[in-house]
Design a protein around this ligand. Structure first.
Ligand SMILES: Cc1cc2nc3c(=O)[nH]c(=O)nc-3n(C[C@H](O)[C@H](O)[C@H](O)COP(=O)(O)OP(=O)(O)OC[C@H]3O[C@@H](n4cnc5c(N)ncnc54)[C@H](O)[C@@H]3O)c2cc1C
Ligand code: FES
Ligand code: FES
Length: 503
């Protein structure tokens, strides 16, 4: 058990497993990225920096932690993960793999060599680590699962076919030497018992090594319980909440912002949960998108494509659903679907909680209803009930994988006796916030569920939104595509032949 100081917090030291060794770091700027630490301090230069924003995958590493008694292996973008988030976990980099191979190279690496999966090699460590995560988590992936596993990695010269072949054949090289039981034991040994608190210290070790983040100061709190988190938020209303860091990380690596006080949610076990009550799915604020989406897909398989197209596995492994909601981007991909399903939020301030429908949460561009010291504790999603309900959500982006939406639409209607009894339609990318289409909904309600009604509802959309032209899409394109998605929803859910709108 790590040492603790007088106020019950760990002694400002981050501990994680790196290969077989417990690695300890003190006096580190809390916003030091895992990638900079690996490259500048440990001289582990296998992990590369391409974009420094989670987009290219050159920096991919695998992080293992305990989910109850089970080890889970997750690919992550080390360029946007802050080092203190590794506390109590195990880190695998491309350098780790050779030690896990039975005959020199790891099966993943040998398959890459044999399939000629590398040319210039800049992207290769990242691909290898994404494949290593796949190798550990899925013994028999199909082609779609391989494509998904690699969707966060860009290669500019080899082309993807040889890499996909390596993914398909890496299992032929047998099991690697990683002993999961031993890893579980070692992770239990370093499992943090209490909260972690770091101040910027003198950063001397990092400055000497020329680590670029080493001058950034700040305090990092990783509370170990919900009540401690709530207390910290009361004491530090100005703090930046850090969940998965897939938005916050870029504030540091791209916007060079300093974050004087960070409060990290990743150690609050009471927030890492998925509960199914009679009529709701409740998802806690520290639950990753990977886990949240798996639970949501069981009830809403219609969401498969939009979930699959959200970032990439390393992004979904780190990011949280509540982080997407709280970040409040007008083009966030989950909010239209959640709003149209009628989701609400559990908000907490101190020991007080309140419920708020998600469609009342967004007040203006990046402005939410959160009060000082208040945070999102959970999101509650109604489960499907009864018949006659139709639901879809569609994402329009320039690229299928790993791209930001131009428009994202979500559609929920209740049809009774061939007429629309209730409708909730919501778009992202059409206004300053994810916003319901009130006039469009009114044009549907009480009318027959047919093409004429849908035509009228499409026209009403132009009164609901005055979209912008920006680098992703023109206003005219957004208007056109928003209407077409509503038509697509109608066609898909009624089985009516496409082509009726060709007139
Ligand atoms: C490469 C890349 C691809 C991406 N792709 C997509 C995509 O396809 N679709 C999409 O919608 N987004 C995408 N994103 C954006 C991002 O991944 C999501 O918004 C993600 O859900 C944020 O969650 P997080 O846990 O990482 O949040 P963080 O970065 O930790 O936090 C985000 C914001 O929310 C606040 N916050 C977090 N949790 C809480 C809480 N419980 N209570 C109050 N405030 C809180 C933070 O203070 C911060 O302001 C992408 C990002 C990257 C880097
Ligand atoms: S450097 Fe591009 S994803 Fe990290
Ligand atoms: S091998 Fe050159 S970028 Fe992939």
């Amino acid at each position: 058990m790590p040492d603790t100081n007088a106020n019950g917090t760990e002694n400002g030291t981050i501990r994680f497993l790196l290969d077989d060794t417990v690695h300890e770091v003190a006096n580190v700027a809390p916003t030091t990225t895992v990638l900079n630490y690996l490259r500048d301090v440990l001289q582990r230069t296998g992990s590369k920096e391409g974009c420094a924003e989670g987009d290219c995958g050159a920096c991919t590493v695998v992080v293992a932690d305990l989910d109850g008694q089970q080890v889970r292996f997750r690919s992550m973008n080390s360029c946007i993960q802050f080092l203190p988030t590794l506390n109590g976990k195990a880190l695998y980099t491309v350098e780790s793999l050779k030690k896990l191979g039975r005959n020199g190279l790891h099966p993943v690496q040998q398959a890459m060599v044999d399939c000629h999966g590398s040319q210039c090699g800049f992207c290769t460590p990242g691909f290898v680590m994404s494949l290593f995560a796949l190798y550990r988590n899925n013994a028999e992936p199909n082609r779609a699962e391989i494509d998904d596993a690699l969707s966060g990695n860009l290669c500019r010269c080899t082309g993807y076919r040889p890499i996909i072949s390596a993914a398909a054949t890496m299992y032929d090289y047998g099991r690697d030497l990683l002993d999961e039981q031993e890893l579980t034991r070692r992770l239990e040994d370093i499992r943090p018992g209490v909260s972690l608190e770091l101040s910027d210290g003198d950063n001397s070790g990092l400055q000497a090594a020329g680590c670029p983040d080493s001058t950034a100061g700040g305090r990092f709190h990783a509370p170990g319980s919900l009540s401690e988190l709530a207390g910290l938020m009361i004491r530090h209303p100005e703090a930046t909440i850090l969940a998965g860091g897939t938005d916050v990380g870029l504030w540091v690596t791209k916007a060079y912002r300093e974050l004087p006080v960070i409060i990290y949610l990743g150690r609050v076990a009471e927030l890492d949960y998925i509960n199914e009550t009679g009529d709701h799915l409740e998802i806690g604020a520290a639950t990753s998108l990977t886990d949240a989406f798996a639970a949501m897909e069981k009830h809403y398989p219609e969401l498969y494509e939009i979930m699959r197209r959200f970032g990439s596995p390393p992004i979904r492994n780190a990011a949280t659903l509540c982080g997407n909601i709280a970040n409040g981007s007008p083009i966030g991909d989950t909010m239209p679907a959640l709003i149209s399903l009628g989701a609400d939020l559990v908000l907490r301030c101190g020991s007080t909680t309140r419920r708020l429908p998600l469609d009342e949460f967004y007040l203006d561009y990046r402005k939410t209803a959160l009060q000082p010291s208040e945070f999102v504790q959970a999101v509650r999603i109604p489960l499907p009930q009864g018949s006659g309900r139709h639901f879809r959500s569609y994402k329009i982006a320039k690229r299928y994988d790993q791209d930001i939406s131009s428009v994202c639409g979500a559609y929920w209607v209740q049809v009774e006796a061939d007429a629309v009894a209730e409708a909730r339609i919501c778009y992202g990318g059409m206004a300053a916030v994810p916003q319901r289409a009130g006039r469009c909904e009114a044009a549907l309600r009480g009318r027959p569920w047919n093409e004429t009604t849908v035509e009228t509802a499409v026209e009403a959309l132009s009164e609901d939104y005055q979209p912008l032209t920006d680098m992703r899409a023109s206003a005219a394109y957004r208007r056109r595509v928003a209407g077409n998605l509503l038509k697509r929803f109608y066609l898909e859910t009624t089985g009516v032949e496409a082509g009726i709108w060709a007139r």
